[in-house]
Design a protein around this ligand. Structure first.
Ligand code: HEC
Length: 116
């Protein structure tokens, strides 16, 4: 009985703790790193220092016109909207995919802030 309660509380705690960059790191390794390495490559721009950086501003990557014409900076809100629907955020972007789970996006944003 107490054991069950303890397990229940542990699960509740796990579900309600704020998003951690460590979770974002795991997701990043699985779902982003194929294209985003430390250095820009043909598959994607470097995401080192991406948080608060100007959108599509790295000199060593040939960004799409779609992302270049977006303007602005990678605020948390912009990163969230981009991952949720890249082609809606910046029509013409070459980044494929969507990341529909808000908690995953929050963890990824927290992790990207540690990339410096
Ligand atoms: C299949 C390859 C691919 C995957 C997987 C991918 N990306 Fe991208 N990403 C790209 C490409 C290509 C661009 C450049 C898009 C353009 O120029 O329109 C890009 C651009 C970006 C940018 C903008 C960078 C800048 O300097 O403006 C961010 C932020 C980003 N990706 C985050 C992510 C995150 C986070 C993930 C994982 C959740 C991810 N990407 C997964 C290919 C990918």
């Amino acid at each position: 009985m107490f054991r069950r309660l303890a397990i229940g509380l542990a699960i509740l705690f796990a579900l309600t703790t704020p998003v951690a960059a460590a979770d974002g790191q795991k997701i990043f390794q699985l779902q982003c790193r194929t294209c985003h390495l430390a250095k820009s490559s043909l598959s994607g721009p470097s995401l080192i220092g991406v948080s608060k950086r100007s959108i599509a501003a790295l000199p060593d990557y040939a960004f799409s016109e779609g992302l270049k014409s977006k303007g602005g900076t990678w605020t948390d809100e912009n990163l969230d909207a981009f991952m949720a629907a890249p082609k809606k955020f910046a029509p013409g972007t070459r980044m494929p995919g969507t990341w529909p789970v808000a908690a995953d996006r929050a963890a990824l944003i927290a992790y990207m802030k540690t990339l410096n």
